[in-house]
Every structure is written in C-alpha cells, then in structure tokens.
Design a protein around this ligand. Structure first.
Ligand code: CMC
Length: 428
C-alpha cells in the first residue's frame, strides 16, 4: 500500500500527505502539515472522523462490535478478570504478575481514606446536590491536598493509586451524605468492589456482609465501562491534560464531560425514560412513535452510538447479566421487561434499522444498578468510577508521549468582516 495520499485542489494544485496504518490496519491520513503546505484546514464538526491521537490502549471496531483493552477482548475480561486487574492492565499495558497484583492491591487499600478535613466539604453541600457535582469538586480538591501533583516532573504512580482508591471512597461518601447517614470508612480487609459496597450500604448499627453476587456484578459492570478510546470525556481528559494541568484537574474535567445525558448521563436518562413509559401504562409503542417523529426532540435513550453501528458488545454482556443477577437477587423489575419489549420492537423497526441504532452500554446498566440498590442519581457516578482507569491510562499515555502538543483545534470563522467601532452616540 502507498504510504502517501494525494490531495487535488480545485485549482489543480496537488499535495502528498502521509498515510499511517494502525495495528488493526485502520488507515489514516496525516493532515498535520496540510495548512502549512496549502493554507487549508479541515472541518469536522463533532470530530466525527478525526483521529486526535495514536493510542495503544483500546481497540474498537464499531462495525463488527469489537472492543478490546490492550488486545484482550471485553468478553474475556468481563468473564475472567476483576476491576483491579483490568485497571492495572489499562494503566500499565500488561496483566500483572502475582506480586505486582499484590503490591497494587495493597497500595489501593492503603490509600482509600480521604483527608478528614475534606469531610467538611460533604457537609457543606445541600442534600439535593447531584453526586456528580460533588464528585467532580472533590476530585479537583484532591490536588489541593497533594500539591506535588502540580509538579509536572514528579512521579505520578502514587497519585494514580490514590485517585483510583479515593474516588471510590468519595463516591460512597457522597451517597451517604445525600441520604443523611453517617459516612462509613473503608475496611482494609475487603477487596476493592466489596469495600465500595460496604461504604455504600453498611450502617454502624448493623453487621453488613457483602453479597458475592453483588461483588461479582459490580466488578463486571466496572470492567465494561473501564475504557472506550477517544470518547467525549476521555478526549476532555487528554485536552485538559495537554495544557500541563495536573492529573486530578484533568480527571475532574473528564467527570464533568461524562455527566451529560448524551454520554455517561444516559444511564440515568434511560431509567427516567422507562419510569415515564411505565407511568403512562407501559405504552412503549406510543413512546417509540414519538421518538421516530422526533416529538420534542425525544430520543430512545440507551440506543445509538457514534462509533458502534452494530450491537454494542457491552450491552450484550449486560443484558445477559441482568437476567442472571436479577434472578440471583430475587428481584423482579418491571422496567427490565419494558426495556426488553422496547428493544425488540426497535430492532425490527425501519427507523432504528436504517440509522443503525442498537442498544448501547447504558440501556441495561441502570437496571442492574437498581437491582443492586444503587439510586438513579448515582448511576453516572458509577460510570465515572468504572471509566477512571481508562481516563488515567489515556492521561498517562498522553503525558509520556514526546509528540504530545497542547490540544488546539482550528475553526472556520463565519462572523462579521472587520468593521469600524461605532460610538454609543452614533448607535442611538
Ligand atoms: N433515538 C432516536 N434517534 C436517534 C438516536 C436515539 N437514541 N440516536 C441517534 N438518533 C438519530 C438522530 O436523530 C439522527 O437522525 P437524523 O439523521 O434523522 O437527524 C441520526 O440518528 C444520527 O444521530 P446523531 O445524533 O447525529 O448521531 P451521533 O453519532 O452524533 O450521536 C449519540 C450518538 C450516542 C449521542 C446518539 O445516538 C444519542 O443521542 N443516543 C441516546 C443517548 C445515549 O444513549 N447515549 C449513550 C451513548 S453510550 C455511552 C457513552 O459512551 O457515552
């Protein structure tokens, strides 16, 4: 294959651009020299077809429904790995040896507390605060407690472990605060996910035993969310980090980008949509008609994806998990039946078929979180907890890449041409 592509301009001029091919044979045209060579920039609103970086972390083939972290399939990892091991894999590029795993787990356990002074911050928020607002603010605040994170030449390993461990504690504390219960401190004898469930659901007056079914389900849910290459929040982490902002600030920015209903906020929006349909007597056919007619810009939340034009492999695993976990927990959720009914109809409908709209990761994850006792406004926090190792891995890869430049897209200006200033008197 030629290593250059030729671009021919309307005036007949030509230029050669380098062609780069990834490990999985994805070809790309390197346009970084285009403007200096020709004066042209490219326009790609929403970065629909722009590669912003080279990355060795996650491979995604949206047409074939393939997702791999560091070469390992999402199906294998969800089945055989746990969240701590997958986090290590994403961040370090390889599965840990026994010793590496033990050291990593010990570090995560050791750094699970947050500074006692930070407890006052939780107290300062009104009980109605969305936990994503609290989480993002707390993560930014961590940089104030670990000021050496501002030194770009200082080692980052400890900050990475701290962040992974403390976000779990912050997430659980923000929930306890929202329901007015005392904060439960982490318990060092528990594994990562079990410890989170303990901080969420234990109360000082009662013994709490972590259900192995819940622990396994949580591990799987977090693994499925752990990375997804250059999505909106990950690109935000890289963009903010490219200015030299510290790890905590970059991740806090990613958390905020995730919050929107078109991204990580969709899991909350799916449950709200299903609740609404249930309240209307379960008339999901009517709801789907409204979606197709774009009534009030309605969308079938949890459906569609910028990259997947096939069934999202994560949604496939989640649908199966829903069936198994709900049976184990003896939970009957009418929303699961509604979701399945809507999916069945949508997948046979021309509107969804022609636009290649399939269930994405958010369609079934909320039903699982509900069954686990996690409230709806915490769903996006759960997504953030899962996505954290991916954000960290992408931030680290960006910082370590000698070719990294500050993120700074161009634009095509469509405003007024130069005009003289008009004084207030002349304007009337
Ligand atoms: N329901 C109904 N119509 C849809 C939907 C949907 N969920 N998604 C896309 N469409 C239509 C859209 O109206 C448009 O139609 P038309 O061509 O007639 O204007 C067409 O499909 C293309 O949509 P788009 O918004 O241009 O596509 P996009 O790639 O920019 O958007 C998306 C991707 C995920 C934002 C979109 O599919 C969506 O809004 N889905 C619902 C929200 C959701 O579930 N988000 C979670 C994504 S997965 C988790 C994550 O990684 O963030």
């Amino acid at each position: 294959m030629s290593t250059t592509a030729k671009l021919v301009f309307p005036d007949g001029k030509e230029t050669d651009l380098d062609v780069i091919v990834g490990t999985e044979n994805e070809p790309a045209i390197d346009i970084s020299s285009l403007r200096s060579k020709t004066g042209y920039v490219t326009l790609d609103t929403g970065y629909m077809n722009t590669g912003s970086t080279k990355s060795a972390i996650t491979y995604l083939d949206g047409e074939a429904g393939i997702l791999r972290y560091r070469g390992y399939s999402i199906e294998d990892l969800a089945e055989h790995s746990d969240f701590v091991e997958t986090s290590y894999l994403l961040i370090n590029g390889k599965l840990p040896t026994k010793d590496e795993r033990a050291t990593f787990s010990t570090q995560l356990t050791r750094h699970s507390l947050i500074h006692e002074d930070m407890h006052q911050f939780f107290a300062g928020y009104p009980p109605t605060s969305h936990p994503m607002a609290v989480l993002s603010a707390m993560v930014t605040s961590l940089s104030a407690y670990y000021p050496d994170s501002l030194d770009r030449n200082a080692p980052v390993e400890l900050h990475i472990t701290r962040l992974l461990s403390k976000v779990r504690t912050i997430a659980a504390f923000s929930y306890k605060k929202s329901i007015g219960q005392p904060l439960m401190y982490p318990k060092n004898s528990l594994r990562f996910c079990a410890n989170f469930l303990h901080m969420m659901f234990a109360v000082p007056s009662e013994d709490y035993e972590v259900s192995p079914v819940l622990e396994k389900a949580l591990n799987q849910l977090l693994i499925l969310h752990a990375d997804h290459e250059q999505n909106c929040s990950t690109s935000t982490v890289r963009m903010v980090g490219s200015s030299g902002a510290n790890l905590y600030a970059s991740i806090a920015a990613g958390i905020l980008a995730l919050w929107g209903p078109l991204h990580g906020g969709a899991n909350q929006a799916v449950i709200e949509m299903l609740e609404e349909v249930k309240l209307s007597g379960g008339n999901f056919k009517g709801f789907l008609d409204d979606v197709k007619n774009k009534k009030d810009n309605r969308r079938l939340m949890g459906f569609g994806h910028r990259v997947y034009k096939n069934y999202d492999p994560r949604a496939k695993i989640l649908k199966k998990m829903c069936d198994e976990v709900l049976v184990h927990l003896n939970v009957q959720d009418p929303l699961l039946d509604l979701a399945k009914g809507m999916e069945e109809i949508a997948l046979k409908d021309d509107y969804f078929i022609s636009k290649k709209l399939y269930p994405n990761v958010d369609f079934y994850s909320g039903i699982l979180y509900r069954a686990m006792g996690i409230p709806t406004n915490m769903f996006t926090v759960m997504f953030a907890l899962g996505r954290l190792p991916g954000w960290i891995a992408q931030w680290k890869e960006m910082v370590e890449d000698k070719d990294t430049k500050i993120g700074r897209p161009r634009q095509i200006y469509t405003g007024e041409k130069a005009r003289p200033y008009v004084s207030q008197e002349q304007r009337g």
